[in-house]
Design a protein around this ligand. Structure first.
Ligand SMILES: [Zn+2]
Length: 344
């Protein structure tokens, strides 16, 4: 969450940022777009949301003056904000990697980045790394751990420390599954079709859909450089475990995982795995548990990036009023899952 950049945008009524985020004012219950000409709220009353739906799901109402719904974001601004996120989480992201990922030339990206943030991508990354380091130390980490966690040493070492629990190997995935073998199967379940896919290390996808072809296409797009084949027998055990969980016969679903993730996503997913069966928490609860109250939007984004339905139970994260907001596999399925878990 680029809160400093966002706050500056609000101070300047900067219309370039309309569509990139909305801000809500706790003391009034109203949310606005960045260019709104209403009086500048106190910084401590402001929270930021990726879009108006997220603000409304937390109970905020749209401002009558600036009409903040349905703004479209300038794609170049979106690219710069995405670059900010990548620089915060992917310690090794270079300008070339960013420009390849975002489809902008390095020179153009560099210029746009500086125009919007006021600093170069390199300076930005350095500042973020230092921030992380300081906050790790404040949380009582020893210096060595804090350094690794902040990305000062090798990325592999960092992930080794943080991610053992989830079995994640982020760098293997950097090239969209290059040199990976993936087996998958599709089964019927009470929520439609269920796709489960695995690598040699663990499950890499659990997805629901209405249509087998579309599910397989998604998998192929996500891992476009991997060798993918259907193997029902190889997935039998995993599918049975998922179905047992879905039916409420088995409340824990502890499968080996092989997932790509940033360090922040891993922390969020790890937290989600602690939410007991049948219970729900809000996005801001999760942010608070991670020790950063203002990370609500980043938490929602991490939930949306989950590739393994049920195994990482992102369906147990709901809006502040308890409403089942956004779900990668359809909000109706989320509602059905939550109702089922409450009944069983
Ligand atoms: Zn407004």
């Amino acid at each position: 969450m680029e809160t400093e950049i966002y706050w500056k945008a609000i101070e300047n009524n900067d219309a370039r940022f309309n569509g990139a985020f909305v801000y809500a004012v706790g003391s009034t219950g109203i949310y606005c777009k960045p260019s709104c000409s209403s009086r500048l709220p106190k910084r401590e009353n402001v929270s930021f949301f990726e879009n108006f739906e997220a603000a409304e799901s937390e109970g905020f109402r749209a401002c009558r003056r600036c009409r903040p719904r349905n703004e479209t974001v300038d794609p170049q601004l979106a690219a710069v904000l995405r670059a900010c996120e990548m620089l915060e989480s992917e310690e090794a992201a270079t300008l070339d990697e960013l420009s390849a990922e975002l489809g902008l030339s390095a020179a153009h990206l560099q210029r746009k980045f500086k125009e919007i943030t006021g600093v170069s991508p390199k300076k930005f990354a350095e500042a973020k790394r230092l921030d992380r380091f300081k906050s790790e130390l404040r949380r009582g980490r020893d210096v060595t751990t804090a350094m690794y966690d902040a990305g000062f040493n090798s990325v592999s070492r960092l992930y080794e420390n943080v991610s053992r629990k989830l079995g994640m190997t982020p760098r293997t995935y950097a090239k969209k599954g290059e040199n990976m073998m993936i087996d998958y199967t599709v089964a019927e379940c009470e929520l439609g079709r269920l796709l489960v896919a695995r690598t040699a290390k663990g499950v890499c996808a659990v997805a629901f859909g209405d249509d087998t072809d579309a599910l397989v296409r998604n998998l192929e797009n996500e891992f476009e450089n991997a060798a993918i084949r259907r193997d029902d027998a190889a997935l039998k055990e995993f599918v049975e475990a998922v179905l047992a969980n879905l039916a409420g016969r088995d409340r824990t679903l502890d499968l080996p995982l092989d997932l790509r993730a940033t360090a922040f996503q891993m922390r969020v997913w790890d937290e989600l795995r602690r939410i007991p069966y049948g219970e729900t928490v809000s996005y801001s609860d999760v942010a608070e548990r991670l020790g950063s109250k203002s990370a609500v939007r980043a938490v929602a984004t991490a939930c949306a990036a989950n590739r393994v339905a049920l195994v990482i139970p992102c369906h147990r994260v709901v809006g502040k009023n308890g409403a089942p907001t956004g779900y990668r596999w359809g909000v109706e399925r989320k509602r059905a899952l939550l109702e089922k878990e409450k009944r069983v």
